[in-house]
Write a protein that binds this ligand. Structure first.
Ligand SMILES: [Zn+2]
Length: 264
């Protein structure tokens, strides 16, 4: 029996320890990769700087089947939002992207083909970001400054690659899973936490500008698997909530406004 094998016989911890370390490291990596507010793999924006400011964000568009109706709905409540777009869809409907900006909304990069970036090499990540960057720049005449990783997945190279292109990375406080094929009646209560927090901050009389605690809501006007995805439940849920949120005193802002001067 070798000396090392003898030691293992004597102390079971020496056998168990590498497994514990590996499991802990894997757990930490999974947290950094997927947990929306994790900052392990780089700094991200997860909240607005005032409880009065709600940043509504939409991923996976542009979507000719939904986005125009959504723009009309947002106009009705003077709501400004942020749209994280898929590059290959931007190439198919650049006019819709121009229209979105003309109506006062902000555009962000959501990669070219919507892969899970956790599994990609630094070079592949750069290509995904640059292709979408080019598509949006061509459509609008200038590049965006905001990025959201598909599925919220990051590895140690994602945020640095985004930073190279001048992006700030945006995550969220609430993601109600509006892509699930369920009725609007299922989705509507999943957005309740926003109203609850707004009511609490009014009730407590707390300073809305303190601690940067406003919500960033992640919804989807597109579907990453195909153009013209069905997102009517998202539209219906917003039709329900926008007037209620407005009555609670929330302001609907872009991510840019969400991190600029706090509301008075
Ligand atoms: Zn997405």
């Amino acid at each position: 029996m070798s000396r090392r094998a003898k030691m293992r016989d004597m102390n079971p911890w020496l056998v168990a320890l590498p497994a514990v370390v590996t499991t802990t490291a894997a757990g930490l990596a999974a947290y950094g990769a997927a947990y929306p507010r994790a900052q392990l793999f780089g700094k991200t924006i997860c909240r607005t700087n005032s409880r009065r400011k709600l940043a509504i964000t939409f991923d996976d568009g542009p979507n000719p089947a939904i986005t125009p109706r959504l723009l009309d709905l947002l106009d009705r409540y003077n709501a400004k939002a942020t749209f994280f777009l898929i590059g290959r869809y931007v190439r198919e409907c650049p006019e819709l992207v121009q229209e979105t900006v003309a109506r006062g909304h902000l555009i962000g990069n959501h990669t070219e083909t919507h892969p899970n970036l956790f599994r990609l090499t630094p070079r592949e990540i750069r290509i995904e970001l640059r292709l979408c960057h080019g598509a949006i720049s061509n459509a609008l005449g200038s590049p965006p400054s905001w990025f959201r990783p598909p599925f919220g997945m990051r590895n140690p190279w994602v945020i640095p690659a985004a930073r190279e292109l001048g992006y700030r990375t945006v995550m969220w406080t609430l993601i109600p899973c509006d892509w699930q094929e369920k009725p609007a009646e299922w989705l509507i209560p999943r957005l309740q936490p926003i109203a609850d927090r707004a009511q609490r901050s009014v009730g407590s009389g707390s300073n809305p500008a303190v601690a940067g605690t406003g919500d960033v809501l992640c919804l989807h006007d597109g579907a990453h698997r195909q153009l013209n995805g069905d997102r009517f439940r998202t539209l219906a849920a917003l039709e329900h909530w926008l007037p209620r949120w407005r009555d609670l005193g929330l302001e609907f802002v872009t991510i840019q406004e969400a991190v600029s001067t706090p509301a008075p």
